[in-house]
Design a protein. Structure first.
Length: 109
């Protein structure tokens, strides 16, 4: 997952991919690291999905722009629109199923 540092980088990922995942994390968050590893594993099955990670503790201004007020938080964008927002208790199986559903609709026609 690419480490992002600006709102411009986030928007570039969102606007240049049919499906994108933005992961808001924290430096000192053990759960964030564990979830990140699992999300990266899931995304390997979907090569056309672009993803990025932003350190919410380092960039609270960007978090505020995206209405992120707790970490970790994951946002799935489909055709530049927020489709799913998952925070705190991230259900990875549900995430994978949702990505797969959108992926098949868009790329497996």
């Amino acid at each position: 997952m690419k480490l992002l540092k600006t709102e411009k980088e986030i928007n570039e990922i969102i606007h240049t991919s049919n499906i994108s995942v933005i992961y808001f994390t924290g430096r000192d968050c053990g759960a964030c690291e564990a979830i990140k590893f699992k999300v990266e594993e899931i995304l390997k099955s979907f090569p056309r999905v672009k993803s990025g990670e932003i350190d919410g503790e380092k960039h609270p201004d960007i978090c505020a722009e995206f209405n992120v007020f707790s970490l970790p938080l994951l946002i799935l964008y489909v055709d530049e629109k927020e489709s799913i927002r998952i925070g705190r208790n991230i259900d990875l199986l549900s995430l994978e199923r949702n990505i797969e559903r959108y992926y098949n609709m868009i790329y497996e026609k």
